[in-house]
Structure formats: structure tokens, C-alpha cells
Design a protein around this ligand. Structure first.
Ligand code: 13P
Length: 253
């Protein structure tokens, strides 16, 4: 079965509101003629509403980079799924390795956040992936199994169909050292096999699994040529509208 590719740009803690809207003014023209690929941009919270408003009526969707699972309350500094949705986002990144490593997120918090995102009608982009140590100890597939089984614990097949997974090997993030297409292909095939075993054939066949980690214009096509790689989650190269538009153009179905 063919899955429609999705390319998401994770801006991390880059770009002010002014920079975000200036980016969009350039980027929307660069991708105006591009079809056959879904496009999502994930700015910092502060630029979410302005970017969503500027992208309204285009094919460009907007994502938050995190959320908190409670609906509202005394949670200083946190933002709820409903607030993100109301600001105009369609997607939300959950469990990015930077959140896991720097901010103490766990598979249990990933699970709660994913449940909250789905309940609010957001599409979660759930990130999983092994560290270099884990890969060198040959634990990659076991780590992915744990992250999927605990992060998606209790989900039904119809919920799996409403989310996106992103395989981001931690050693490939921001290092310029992308996984080889074969390494990505092996991990993605394994993830899909687990989805099949745990959530059924339809969830496995229809769910999109993105690859993230040093995706650039010159490697995106070979990564997406792998049968189980359905798109990309792009960090550094998404900060430049021309480079990101080039990645989008080279990802079309
Ligand atoms: P880079 O593309 O900069 O390696 O970042 C990947 C990433 O973390 C996307 O979420």
C-alpha cells in the first residue's frame, strides 16, 4: 500500500514571530506548485498562532513541539492540547529525544501526552529512537519495542491510525550523520512489524513512520526510497525555506 509522504519541519527553539511569518511568505511561494506530499511546520509556541494564521488556506499545516496532558489548571509554563488546537495547529510533536534527555520525559509521559493530543483532535507525531550507546550495544530494536509498547500502551487500532510515528536515532540528530537508508529501512520495517503484531494489519499498513536525523536535500530521496520510510522530520535543514522546500520537492510520492 502506498502511504502519502509527510515532511515536517521541527524548528526547535528558533525563530521569533517576525522571523516565522517572513519564512512563510517565502516558503509558501516555493511549494505552491508542489503536490503529492503533506507539509507541516513546527515553530515555538510563541509563533504558533501567527504561523497558523499565515498558513491558512495553504497546504501547509502547523504543529506544536510539545503539550501538557491536562486540559487547564495550575501548571505554570504548560500549554494544553485544546489551546494548541485553538491556536490553529493540526499536529503536535511528542517525546522528542531532546525532551526526553533534557527535560526528563519518559514513555509514560509520552503516553499521557499522546492520549491528550488525540482527544483534542490533534495528530501526534510520536518520536522514538535509540542513543549511540544503545545502538553500539545492539539494543536498538529492544529500545524501539519498549518506546512503542509503553508510549502507545492502551491505544486502539483506530487511535494508531490517527497518529504518526517518527524514528529519530539520537546519534543522527544535529550531527550531520544521518542513518544510512539501510539502517533507517531496518528500523522502520521493525516498527511496522510491531504495529502489525500489537495493533493489527490496517494500523500497520496505513500508519506513517517518518525518519528524522540530519535529513538534507541531498539524502532525503534515498531515505524515502525505503519502503517503510513515509516521510521526514527535519530539524536544522527546515530553518532555511529554500533548503526545506527542496526537501519537500524531493519527497513527493
Ligand atoms: P536535524 O535534522 O537537525 O538532525 O534534527 C532532527 C530532529 O531532531 C527533528 O526533530
Amino acid at each position: 500500500m502506498t502511504r502519502f509522504p509527510l515532511i515536517a519541519g521541527n524548528w526547535k527553539m528558533f525563530k521569533t514571530v517576525a522571523e516565522a511569518t517572513a519564512y512563510l511568505a517565502t516558503f509558501r511561494g516555493l511549494v505552491a506548485e508542489v503536490t503529492g506530499v503533506d507539509i507541516v511546520l513546527a515553530p515555538p509556541f510563541t509563533a504558533l498562532h501567527a504561523l497558523a494564521a499565515a498558513a491558512h488556506g495553504t497546504r501547509i499545516g502547523v504543529a506544536a513541539q510539545d503539550l501538557y496532558w491536562e486540559r487547564e489548571g495550575a501548571y505554570t509554563g504548560e500549554v494544553s492540547a485544546a489551546m494548541i488546537r485553538e491556536a490553529g495547529a493540526s499536529h503536535v510533536i511528542i517525546g522528542h529525544s531532546e525532551r526526553r534527555t533534557l527535560f526528563g520525559e519518559t514513555d509514560a509521559t509520552v503516553n499521557r501526552k499522546t492520549v491528550a493530543a488525540l482527544a483534542a483532535g490533534l495528530t501526534p507525531i510520536v518520536c522514538i529512537g535509540e542513543t549511540l550507546d544503545q545502538r553500539e550495544r545492539d539494543e536498538t530494536l529492544a529500545v524501539l519495542d519498549r518506546q512503542i509498547s509503553q508510549g502507545l500502551d492502551g491505544m486502539k487500532a483506530d487511535e494508531i491510525l490517527r497518529l504518526v510515528l517518527a524514528y529519530e536515532p539520537v546519534w543522527a540528530i544535529g550531527t550531520g550523520r544521518n542513518a544510512t537508508p539501510a539502517q533507517a529501512g531496518e528500523a522502520h520495517a521493525h516498527i511496522r512489524q510491531r504495529l502489525r503484531e500489537w495493533f493489527g494489519a490496517e494500523a500497520a499498513e496505513r500508519s506513517r513512520i517518518l525518519y528524522g536525523g540530519s535529513v538534507k536535500p541531498d539524502n532525503v530521496a534515498s531515505l524515502l526510497a525505503q519502503p517503510d520510510v513515509d516521510g521526514g522530520l527535519v530539524g536544522g535543514a527546515s530553518l532555511d525555506p529554500k533548503a526545506f522546500a527542496e526537501i519537500v520537492a524531493r519527497s513527493r510520492a
